[in-house]
Design a binder for this molecule. Structure first.
Ligand SMILES: NC(=O)c1ccc[n+]([C@@H]2O[C@H](COP(=O)([O-])OP(=O)(O)OC[C@H]3O[C@@H](n4cnc5c(N)ncnc54)[C@H](OP(=O)(O)O)[C@@H]3O)[C@@H](O)[C@H]2O)c1
Length: 279
């Protein structure tokens, strides 16, 4: 298995992103280097981390140890809520993330949550534009922004995020935000693509029937559903065999009916707090 099989999604800023990657939320900092090294060995080239995960150093050590040329990797990190603010505040947080990662640029930098109670995301976004202009982040985007946050951000700055990284899995598909993003040319990154294991996604008949039909696992069906819906995904696993399973999703294709049946599972079953309430 190599990264050559992973399609790239075109972004609205002219750049592109590998559609399948590896996420490290809740990966223990002490284990991150080993786990990310395993993921890189399997073939993943797109890594998704964040300051708040506390494991940027481990991601950086695995990258350095891999010897993989930097231009073959796609690295995302995120600005945490208490670092939102003016250009100097954002710049300092960004510099600290780069230093922990041991990189001189990232491919994508995201505002992690809108945190409307702070009311600083528009100001923060203007600082993101400056970071992108400095080329130390190639693309800029947001995370957990609902349609009304995106509308305000775009309305006040005229700058459209390249991506919106939102909770998205068969039980929580955020159709309103996804439709608004599509209309604006914003790519959707689906976090919690497997529902974080909090729902019995792998036992639902619509998923197990497709798994049996294609001779694959339910997790592979769910990842394949995301890919065929056009989402960018980076499932997390601490286990090497599951990392390999989650990457091995290019040898089969779901039928339109199978995709539609899984899309029909929507039930507003979120795993996180509502983005208007997170501070
Ligand atoms: N922007 C945000 O606010 C935000 C929030 C959450 C996550 N994220 C990003 O999205 C990434 C993915 O989301 P996530 O980590 O929350 O959840 P996820 O990928 O939906 O689910 C991870 C869970 O599924 C299990 N799992 C993985 N592969 C499996 C398989 N093949 N079969 C059975 N179980 C499997 C993992 O267990 P094991 O580890 O034991 O295998 C883990 O418990 C994160 O790592 C992070 O990069 C972003």
């Amino acid at each position: 298995m190599t990264d050559q099989l992973v399609p790239r999604i075109q972004l609205n800023d002219g750049l592109s992103i590998p559609q399948l990657g590896f996420g490290v939320f809740k990966v223990d900092p002490g284990e991150t280097e080993r786990i990310v090294s395993d993921a890189l060995e399997i073939g993943y080239r797109h890594l998704d981390t964040a300051r708040i995960y506390g494991n940027e150093e481990g991601v950086g050590r695995a990258i350095a140890a891999s010897g993989i040329p930097r231009q073959e990797l796609y690295i995302t990190t995120k600005l945490w809520n208490d670092d939102q603010g003016d250009a100097a505040t954002v710049q300092a947080a960004f510099d600290a993330s780069l230093e922990r990662l041991g990189l001189d640029y990232v491919d994508l930098y995201l505002i992690h949550w809108p945190t409307p109670a702070r009311d600083r995301y528009v100001e923060t976004w203007r600082a993101f534009e400056q970071l992108r202009d400095s080329a130390r982040t190639r693309s800029i985007g947001v995370s957990n922004f609902l349609a009304h946050h995106l509308e305000r951000l775009i309305g006040e700055t005229g700058v459209v995020p390249a991506v919106d990284q939102i909770e998205l899995h068969p039980y929580h598909q955020q159709p309103e935000t996804a439709a608004f993003a599509e209309q604006q040319g914003i790519a959707i990154e689906a976090w919690g693509p497997l529902g974080q294991g909090k729902y019995p996604l792998f036992e639902i008949p619509e998923v197990t029937a497709a798994a049996t039909a294609h001779g694959v696992t339910p997790a592979q069906v769910v990842i394949r559903w995301h890919l065929q819906r056009g989402h960018i995904v980076f499932p997390k696993s601490n286990r090497r065999e599951r990392m390999a399973e989650n990457f091995d999703v290019f040898g089969f294709e779901l039928t339109n009916d199978e995709v539609a049946a899984i899309t029909g599972l929507e039930r507003e079953g979120r795993v996180s707090a509502h983005p208007d309430e997170v501070d």
